[in-house]
Design a protein. Structure first.
Length: 155
């Protein structure tokens, strides 16, 4: 990247919500299929609302900054605002992109890992609660995420 967006750099240098939640209501680990970066996401849910979210990531500037920005954006969100959205992946991607503006094309594959990690942690929460209709809904949503990973990747 020739010039790094200052907001992106701020989230990388001073990431928000880094860490682990002991006894999380939901957890996931995602490996980015394009570059191999890893993102762990932990959520604490209270009254159908994301009360806390933490992440740990082994990745590039954009991967870490994306997880930081997304974790900030979804705190206090009602789960149904995310899960019942017409296009949850696009909504969550827009939350990240609204924070950073445009990303270089070669880095567009980075934010989907944070999105997949968050949705998978929410899915884990629903699985523990045996809300299988919500689990299936999130699985269906996640079946569309590969397009977002491939966006910007040269063929």
């Amino acid at each position: 990247m020739d010039e790094i967006n200052p907001k992106l750099l701020e989230h990388f240098n001073n990431p928000k919500n880094v860490g682990i939640i002991e006894n999380p209501d939901g957890y996931s680990r995602v490996k980015n299929p394009i570059c191999g970066d890893l993102t762990d996401m932990y959520v604490k849910i209270d009254n159908n609302r994301i009360k806390d979210v933490k992440f740990k990531s082994f990745g590039c500037i954009v991967t870490i900054a994306s997880a930081s920005a997304l974790s900030e954006a979804v705190k206090e969100k009602v789960l149904d605002e995310i899960v019942e959205n017409k296009d949850p992946i696009k909504m969550l991607r827009n939350m990240i992109m609204n924070e950073f503006g445009d990303l270089p094309k070669e880095k567009l594959h980075c934010p989907p890992a944070s999105i997949q990690a968050l949705l998978s942690a929410i899915k884990d929460y629903y699985k523990k609660k045996e809300e299988l209709n919500k689990v299936k809904k999130i699985e269906k949503v996640l079946s569309n995420i590969n397009w977002y990973y491939k966006e910007g990747v040269e063929k």
